[in-house]
Design a protein around this ligand. Structure first.
Ligand code: NDP
Ligand code: 8X3
Length: 253
């Protein structure tokens, strides 16, 4: 694969695994996240296989995002694949108790950050009439669960934003895919529970969850389809996870 791939949230979890998988396919990769030391470590590891560039960036910062993309070295400007993966869940409290700071952070990262990255990279793709935007949504964008409130809503945004991008790109050779994972063990729950390792480990205890490699395979598979094939979305859960009945609250008689 001779593509240039920019991955946000490459310092951990799905993003890191996507970088490893794309590098193994021979793609040139731009690794982006806030934690520079993690990007440096990954760059060192992947540089044996391919060309790697790092971009330390907070996707919530609109001007920084625009400047970072505009100022990429010339040889890194032609991005073929943007993996909009940076994101997080914060908290699992019911809406009436949830932290507004957490809600702000999720909306700023999962929605505004994803939109800023897309808006910065897409004009180049349109100019070249070539490209693929792969967004990382979630099953939480389709199925409600207690405590999912703002997080699930941010992922519903990702689903509809992905579809609307395709509508705007009618007639162009630019693909848009939304990958919607279920339960997956990464640093996701440590972040969700604000660093409480026990609470995070408890989420996966006695389960066989998805791992980051599973999602990276979905991402690279979507990318490797022939150019005329657009995978609209992939919803993927571990076999240990499924739906359950809707809740009905009964009044006491
Ligand atoms: P991780 O916590 O392991 O990775 C999250 C990544 O996002 C990190 O690299 C982090 O980097 C980056 N990130 C977070 N905030 C910002 C920011 N403001 N600017 C730039 N980068 C940021 O979790 P996952 O790999 O599991 O999550 C990746 C995506 O997958 C998220 O969008 C998540 O919502 C989604 N997802 C996760 C599921 C799961 O169960 N794990 C299931 C479904 C979807 P850094 O902190 O260095 O900036
Ligand atoms: C992560 C999956 O079920 O924890 O997006 O919301 S879930």
């Amino acid at each position: 694969m001779s593509k240039t791939v920019l991955i946000t949230g490459a310092s951990s979890g799905f993003g890191e695994a996507c970088a490893i998988h794309f590098a193994a396919l021979g793609a040139r990769v731009i690794l982006s996240a806030r934690r520079q030391h993690r990007l440096d470590e990954l760059q060192q590891k992947l540089s044996e296989h391919t060309e790697v560039h790092t971009l330390t960036l907070d996707v919530r910062k609109r001007d920084e995002v625009a400047a970072a993309i505009a100022n990429l070295p010339e040889e890194w400007q032609a991005i073929d694949v943007l993996v909009n993966n940076a994101g997080l869940a914060l908290g699992l409290d019911a809406a009436h108790n949830a932290s507004l700071d957490d809600w702000d952070d999720m909306i700023d990262t999962n929605n505004k950050g994803l939109a800023y990255m897309t808006r910065a990279v897409l004009p180049g793709m349109v100019e070249r009439d070539r490209g693929h935007i792969i967004n990382i949504g979630s099953i939480a964008g389709s199925y409600a669960y207690p405590g999912g409130n703002a997080y699930g809503a941010t992922k519903a945004f990702v689903a509809q934003f992905s579809r609307n991008l395709r509508a705007d790109l009618a007639g162009k050779h630019i693909r848009v895919t939304n990958i919607e994972p279920g339960l997956a063990e990464t640093e996701f729950s440590v972040v969700r529970f604000h660093g409480d390792i026990d609470a995070a480990q408890n989420v996966y205890k006695n389960t066989l969850p998805l791992i980051a490699d599973d999602i990276a395979r979905c991402v690279t598979w979507a990318s490797e389809q022939p150019e005329h094939v657009n995978i609209n979305n992939i919803e993927v859960m571990p076999t240990c996870q499924t739906w359950s009945a809707l809740s009905v609250s009964k009044e006491s008689s």
